[in-house]
Design a protein. Sequence first.
Length: 364
Amino acid sequence: MAGADSGREETGRPGAVPRDPVDESLLTLLGLAPDEDAVYRLLVDRPDSEPDTLSGPLSGRAVTRVLDSLVERGLASAARPDGDGTVRYRAASPVLALGPLLESRRSALHRVESLVGDLMERHRAAQTHASGAPVEVLSGPAAIRRRLLTMQRQARREVCTLVPTRHVPAVLSFADNHEEVDAEMIHRGVTVRSVVERAWLERPETAAVLASCVAQGQHISVTDRLPIKLAIVDRRIALLPLDPERETEPVALVVHRTGLLTALVSLFEEHFEKGWRLSVSGTEEDHEAPVAAIDRQIVALLHVGLTDAAIARQLGMGHRTVQRRLHALMDDVGAATRFQLGWYAARAGWLPDIADNPPASDGS
């Protein structure tokens, strides 16, 4: 019967390489040569084999050469168990031998997939630019994430962002963006400016990322409320959500050089100037100032509007400890209110970036 013969080797000879139309030579995708693929498969089924028993379609010398290659690559082992000088070969565990090769190829494919996505976004942007369309529409978190990363990687001069707090899941988190592109942009000399809502600083994980961003050289302004999430690159292209409150499949707009882009740039600048700059403590200035570094941190966080409880959480201190240090500072400088303490801190240089935040004019 045909079914009874289907499992036999194609040639019918002992040692012939089995034919499998489905997965024949699949191991070559992991970097094995076709002969290595064929001999390794035979060796898996025939442990402790001599080269002659594996010859089949290959000559004995060719089989020995392939076996030595498998041993060198860690795919097989050779031994003389009988003490008669006959070398016998055994296949290494597929999990241990082929696992690292599979992982390496998987990693390479992920990089290729990322490159294809990047090329796709660049192609889309180039086509849109060539057609003169002022606005593109992107659907889905993957497409929006790719475009945002591509825009930042292509930035030459400046990246500006508005980052409100929203209950809608972000397509790219603070931590992800920081890990993916922030350091690379700063290294290339790109100026990065952001406006964030104060609520981000009340979350220890995002507060730590923001502190790291400032330490790298980013300029971050803190404000109470922002109208929309926005990213602008080189004042030539912007990305913003079509509906900021959309909880289903996100949709974003890519805006090119138009009057709308000019308005978006003005919106960013207005909020950046109105906010208070976030600074990093722990520099040499902290040790030279007439106040402890931890107290400068407390005053700086108080200055951007955090509550005592939020300051305590961010600095890993007790609520009462923060209040006690603030009262001590007020006593030291003769301030009757926290507003007076903030005014003194600004005049005394405890807030390094205060020159960038002049108080609003009272009209006098």
